[in-house]
Design a protein around this ligand. Structure first.
Ligand code: TYD
Length: 206
């Protein structure tokens, strides 16, 4: 079973994924909790370029780096699924479509399609998209960035405009319609959001 959780910044997906991992382990599953970008050693290096607020990279380079991270990550996902683990992935292809194609307005979406077709064979059994109004999302993600402090230079995406995140949010909604992802309202309290996620996942396991 391969489950991905996605959504604009600040939806709490990382916290929810940790809770879901604990829940599945307590139910007897062997779990591989991973993320994009940065789920492999090469991915960690790629992530630092992508998120560093001092990185001056073109939209094409950005797209290619997210794709390279994903291509490398596929090997780890294949190994985990092969070993019978449940893979829980923090972000996946839905993010590249929402952020690079909708958010950045990348002009050659066919390039992403071509690379994906040739590098990705393992897709999530279910994608859960946590949805939040953009104002709330920006407030939460900037607060998180302040909390982790100045020791990390992440923040390239957090400095994007409200209009950028509106496009990203619309991208996630279009993705959900096209590929049957589950959209959950993430504006409620943590327990309510977790219970909604748990219901989806319990449904999957029958
Ligand atoms: P993440 O570590 O999940 O950040 P957060 O915990 O704040 O949600 O993701 C890092 C950033 O990378 C996030 O702003 C979204 C962006 N991103 C893309 O633009 N495209 C992609 O394909 C992926 C996977 C992430």
């Amino acid at each position: 079973m391969f489950i991905s959780i996605d959504g604009i910044d600040g939806t709490g997906k990382t916290t929810q994924l940790k809770r879901l991992a604990d829940y599945l382990v307590a139910s007897g599953c062997d779990v591989c909790l991973t993320r994009e970008p940065g789920g492999t050693p090469a991915g960690v290096a790629i992530r630092s370029i992508l998120l560093d607020k001092h990185s001056d990279i073109s939209p094409t380079t950005e797209l290619l780096l997210f794709c390279a991270d994903r291509a490398e990550h596929q090997r780890k996902i294949a190994d985990a699924l092969g070993a019978g683990q449940v893979v829980l992935c923090d972000r996946f292809l839905s993010s590249t479509i929402a952020y690079q194609i909708y958010g950045r307005g990348f002009e050659k979406p066919e390039m992403l399609e071509y690379i994906t077709k040739n590098t990705v064979t393992l897709f999530p059994d279910i994608t859960i998209i946590l949805d939040l109004p953009v104002d709330v999302s920006i407030k939460r993600s900037l607060a998180r960035l302040n909390n982790i402090g100045s020791s990390v230079s992440e923040g390239r995406f957090e400095s994007e405009s409200k209009a950028f995140f509106e496009r990203v949010r619309a991208g996630f909604m279009d993705y959900a319609k096209k590929y049957n992802a589950v959209v959950l309202d993430a504006s409620g309290n943590e327990d309510d959001v977790f219970n909604a996620i748990k219901r989806c996942v319990d449904g999957l396991f029958g």
